[in-house]
Design a protein around this ligand. Structure first.
Ligand code: M6R
Length: 357
């Protein structure tokens, strides 16, 4: 039920802090240790390479999940678009583990890969919001997202839940492998939940930014580096799928290799600056596009901000910035769609779960 909300999407954006707290609760023992299925722990421990398979927003979550697993658990990870996997199947390692990320657990493109790798005899873990779903039943193991039903076609709370569970999985694996870590995911996710609340309380400010930057535009660019780049891809997908503004997420350093030719007077460029190690270089990219007439909207993280930044997100652990920086992008997409009288919850040509290949 939508309750007092005019759209499920806005309700689901607002639910994100609660989903974080639910995940913390579900993945915590009474002694504040991580609580995870022992079989999942073992599968993660013995594999020599992880293949993440997903589509759309879940694929974008996989790109960030790769960073968590590689940085924290030291296991190499490949992330594949489900519908592409079979055409150019990568050479598999000796002990692969497949992780399927799917909100619905019903995405046919992902299921086709699952069927194929089960035929080959490889283990599979599904991370899903729907435990009894096809991908959950047919995989060896399941991790639940606990995000509650996601009704809007545009995925919001499932994305941040996927990131939270992937971070927990990565840390749990690191601990199981005896790696020394200075990162408590449950504590850091609690900080993320509070930061999300600060952001969902700033809807009017975001709506003003939509008026200023996305009012009549037909296209928009999102730029970022490293983790921010992956969040830009998600921000662009959100914007295009519900507001029909042509949008693309680019790696800041790639602009000069072609895309910058598209920048004209007034082109909106949304830049993310949430990472210390790329702050200087993304600022350089912002100057490059501004010099060509772009209308640059910089979203930075507290501590890295500059006076001209349009929006500043609260400070969270640098690994977890995507869970927070995506929230203003979700809200930008929501208000852009609303101002264009688009059907926010049911955008044209799209279905909530894509059960055809
Ligand atoms: O249910 P899934 O997570 O497998 O769905 C994958 C994509 O179809 C989905 O994320 C889609 O991209 C969303 N509409 C994006 O908001």
């Amino acid at each position: 039920e939508k309750g007092t909300y005019s759209h499920f999407m806005l309700k689901e954006i607002d639910e994100q802090p609660f989903v974080m707290r639910k995940i913390i609760h579900e993945y915590q023992t009474e002694n504040n240790e991580l609580k995870l299925d022992a079989n999942v722990r073992q599968a993660m421990k013995v594999c020599d390479r992880i293949y993440i398979i997903a589509a759309g927003t879940s694929y974008h979550a996989g790109l960030v999940g790769k960073e968590f697993i590689e940085k924290l658990a030291h296991i190499p990870v490949e992330v594949h678009i489900a519908s592409e996997f079979s055409y150019n199947m990568p050479l598999l390692s000796e002990k692969p583990l497949f992780i399927f990320i799917s909100q619905s657990g019903e995405t046919a493109d992902s299921r086709a890969v699952l069927v194929k790798i089960k035929e080959l005899g490889h283990p599979a873990l599904t991370i899903t919001n729907v435990p009894g779903s096809t991908l959950s039943r047919e995989a060896d193991y399941t991790l639940n997202l606990y995000a509650g039903p996601e009704i809007a076609v545009a995925s919001t709370k499932a994305y941040t839940a996927q990131l939270a569970v992937l971070a927990i999985l990565a840390v749990d694996t690191a601990k199981a492998k005896g790696l020394d870590l200075d990162f408590d995911p449950l504590q850091e996710l609690a900080i993320v939940a509070n930061a999300m609340e600060v952001l969902t309380d700033q809807k009017e400010a975001i709506e003003d930014l939509v008026r200023e930057y996305l009012g009549t535009t037909r296209n928009a660019f999102f730029i970022g580096r490293s983790t921010d780049y992956h969040v830009c891809m998600e921000g662009a997908l959100k914007l295009k799928e519900i507001s029909y503004i042509q949008a693309e997420g680019f790696a800041g350093g790639e602009l000069k290799h072609g895309t910058i030719a598209l920048i004209e007077e007034g082109t909106p460029v949304i830049a993310l600056a949430s990472q210390d190690n790329v702050n200087y270089s993304i600022r350089g990219n912002v100057q490059e596009v501004v010099a060509r007439g772009a209308n640059a909207l910089v979203i930075s993280m507290k501590g890295l901000e500059q006076d001209t930044d349009a929006f500043v997100i609260p400070h969270v652990h640098e690994l977890l910035t995507p869970l927070v920086s995506v929230v203003p992008l979700q809200l930008l997409a929501y208000y852009a769609a609303l101002h264009r009288d688009c059907d926010v919850d049911k955008p044209r040509n799209l279905a909530k779960s894509v059960t055809v290949e």
